[in-house]
Structure formats: structure tokens, C-alpha cells
Write a protein that binds this ligand. Structure first.
Ligand code: NAP
Ligand code: ZN
Ligand code: ZN
Length: 353
């Protein structure tokens, strides 16, 4: 038997064999540790709505069988011969991507997600050697040390997991658009991303308004630090809030009436989309022209900023509100996310795999 095979790591996973099929328990091999790799024993993995878009192949290009999961928290159990940043026993996280070219202007700038060679996603992707990537619904994962972050001691691993995607995806645009004291920010949609976004925007000093479909989540929104809360199912909301916000962060997984939301921006305000519905949005250019408004998008965040976000969360006591589930409950959890019946992130206890 050859050496490489002997040193590969067999790991149990939850895999979806084809689009929309139920999850199956199976095993895969993780690659032999390269000199700059770490082997991580995964303890918890969050369920992001992107996992559902991918497992249901709503965005197209799904690679099956698929092992989703990019909100990974665990412990380092082995390191390659040249690893310098991590040691066995370290508490670590892995987010949405696991490799990039390291040489292009964006990689050099710490924004690996925009790598011109193409960032390698944690799952549902092919790495630079042509091997499929498999994500965090798994007991173990092998990742290049440069794509691993440290989880501060103040954060428990289960609540840290969702920060690896929901956290960085909301922190990064708030920083990029200079959110701070004196800024009026609206968070649209209060799910996995939205409920973390409220906490970050509040900690950064902004005046935070939540726009949710119903009044159901009001008391929790206020407990997360929101200053105001409005239901978008009430048409009066749109007249009352016209021209109010500097920034709106749209975390909704479905298409919205973009013109109606743009009308809530003040002059020079920006609507930043992080929610990623499969179908194109529509809007009228006059909604932009009349207030010199902008529409933008944002994709997760780089590794350096992910570490900064975790440290910020630890310092400000920001923690996702989670429901820990077992590996047997993932199919049901997907249905509950689709019904918005989640408060506010499902996290898989990987020991149940
Ligand atoms: P989630 O937990 O399902 O939250 C989405 C929220 O959107 C729901 O809680 C709900 O909030 C609102 N919503 C759902 N359906 C709606 C509809 N038909 N009309 C209006 N509002 C609706 O999802 P998530 O994990 O936060 O992810 C949100 C989106 O962000 C997904 O599309 C995901 O793929 C995307 N995403 C993007 C990035 C990126 O880098 N850009 C990263 C991660 C995720 P209310 O009940 O409060 O209305
Ligand atoms: Zn995600
Ligand atoms: Zn690059």
C-alpha cells in the first residue's frame, strides 16, 4: 500500500447525493497533511442559508455528492511539518474558502474572496489540483494554515461557528462603508445573518433599525441592540421611513421590491446586498438617480478581517443565538430555515455524526 493512502484521514460526513435529496451518512478521505496543512477535529458546524441554496442547486453548478458547511469550529489535532501559526489543541475556525492564489492584488490585500485566479470554496468547488472540496458537516477537515483563524477563548465553539460566515459577511460591509456613530443603518431580514448584523452595527455605534416582515421578532431585535423595529408587511413603514438611512444591509434570501427599499435611503445612501436570491432583482434607475443612491453587493470577507471580526465579537460580547441540533435533524432544519422557523441559527453538534 502506498504511503499517501496510509496517511489520509477517513472521516464521517453528512452528504447530499443529488439536488434536494435527503442527507446520507457516509465517509470520505481527507488528503494527507501537506507541510502547511492542519487537521481539524470539527466540533460544531453552522447551517447557512447558502448551504440550502447549494444543496438544492438553486444557484446552478452544484457538484454532487456534496458535503456542505462553511461555519466550522473545532480543535487542531495534527499539523504539517512547516506549520507555524497553529499547534495541536488550538481552538480554530474555517469559513467559506480554503485556498486562493496568494499572489494577485486582492490576495495581497487580504481580500482572498476576490482572488483573480478564483478562490477555492470550502465545499462544492474544485481545488487547484482538480479535487472536489467537502465542507464542515464532517468530523474532520484538512485546511492550509493560512485559511484557518483562531477562535478567542471568550467565545464558545458552538456560538463561534456561525460567525465564520454570518459574522464576517455582515461585519465586512459595515466596516467597508464606515459604519459608526452618527450613521443610520437598516438591517433587512432578521435571520442568521441579520441577527448578527444588528449586534455588529450596534457595537460599532450606529443607530440600528430592523426591517422584518412581521412584528414577531421585535423584542429579540431590541435585545440584540436595535434602536427601532418596523414590519415591512405594513405599507405605512415605507412612507414613515422614506429618505432615512445611510446604509441598508439586505440579508434576505428572496427577491424584494428593490425600488421600495431604495426609497428609504437618504441622498448618497447605499443598499448593500448580501442576501443572494437565485433570480435577478429588478429596479428602476430613477430610484437611484433621484437621490444619487447606490446599489452594491458584498462577499464574505478576507482571512485577516475574519480574525479581526472574531476578536471584535469576543471583545464586545457578540454571540449568535443558536439552536444546537444533531446530525439526524439537518433535513428538518433545512425545512425550518425555509419557513423562517429558526431563532436564529442552527448549529450541528458534530459529535452526533
Ligand atoms: P436566513 O437565516 O434564512 O435569513 C433570511 C431572512 O430573510 C429570514 O429570516 C427572513 O427574515 C427574511 N426572508 C426570508 N424569506 C423572505 C421573503 N420571501 N421576503 C422577505 N424576507 C424574507 O438566511 P441567512 O443564512 O441569514 O442567509 C441570508 C442570505 O444571505 C441567503 O441568500 C444566503 O445565501 C446569503 N449569504 C450571502 C453571503 C455573501 O457573502 N454575500 C454569505 C452568507 C449568506 P424576517 O423573518 O425577519 O423577515
Ligand atoms: Zn454562508
Ligand atoms: Zn489571488
Amino acid at each position: 500500500m502506498c504511503n499517501i493512502q496510509k496517511n489520509m484521514t477517513m472521516t464521517r460526513v453528512l452528504s447530499v447525493p443529488s439536488a434536494k435529496a435527503p442527507f446520507e451518512r457516509t465517509t470520505i478521505e481527507r488528503r494527507e497533511l501537506r507541510p502547511d496543512d492542519v487537521l481539524i477535529d470539527i466540533k460544531f458546524c453552522g447551517i447557512c442559508h447558502s448551504d440550502i441554496h447549494n444543496a438544492f442547486d438553486e444557484w446552478g453548478g452544484g457538484k454532487f455528492p456534496m458535503v456542505p458547511g462553511h461555519e466550522i469550529a473545532g480543535i487542531v489535532v495534527a499539523v504539517g511539518s512547516e506549520v507555524t501559526k497553529f499547534a495541536v489543541g488550538d481552538r480554530v475556525g474555517v469559513g467559506c474558502f480554503v485556498d486562493s492564489c496568494g499572489k494577485c492584488e486582492y490576495c495581497l490585500n487580504g481580500e482572498e474572496q476576490f482572488c483573480t485566479k478564483g478562490v477555492i470554496n470550502t465545499y462544492n468547488d474544485e481545488d487547484y489540483d482538480g479535487n472536489l472540496t467537502y465542507g464542515g458537516y464532517s468530523q474532520k477537515i484538512v485546511v492550509k494554515e493560512d485559511f484557518v483563524v483562531r477562535i478567542p477563548d471568550a467565545l464558545d465553539l458552538d456560538v463561534a461557528a456561525p460567525l465564520l460566515c454570518a459574522g464576517i459577511t455582515t461585519y465586512s460591509p459595515l466596516k467597508h462603508w464606515n459604519i459608526g456613530p452618527g450613521k443610520k443603518v437598516a438591517i433587512v431580514g432578521m435571520g442568521g445573518l441579520g441577527h448578527v448584523a444588528i449586534q455588529f452595527a450596534h457595537a460599532m455605534g450606529a443607530e440600528v433599525t430592523v426591517l422584518s416582515r412581521s412584528m414577531d421578532k421585535k423584542s429579540e431585535a431590541l435585545s440584540f441592540g436595535a434602536d427601532h423595529y418596523f414590519a415591512t408587511s405594513n405599507p405605512a413603514t415605507f412612507s414613515e421611513l422614506a429618505g432615512r438611512f445611510d446604509l441598508m444591509l439586505n440579508t434576505v434570501s428572496a427577491n424584494l421590491d428593490v425600488d421600495a427599499y431604495l426609497s428609504l435611503l437618504r441622498v448618497d445612501g447605499t443598499l448593500v446586498n448580501v442576501g443572494a436570491p437565485a433570480e435577478p432583482d429588478q429596479y428602476h434607475v430613477f430610484s437611484l438617480i433621484m437621490g444619487r443612491r447606490s446599489i452594491a453587493g458584498s462577499l464574505v470577507g478576507g482571512i485577516r478581517e475574519t480574525q479581526e471580526m472574531l476578536d471584535f465579537a469576543a471583545q464586545h460580547g457578540i454571540t449568535p443565538k443558536i439552536e444546537v441540533i444533531s446530525a439526524d435533524q439537518v433535513d428538518e432544519a433545512y425545512q425550518r430555515v425555509l419557513r423562517s422557523d429558526v431563532r436564529y441559527r442552527f448549529v450541528i453538534d458534530i459529535s452526533t455524526l
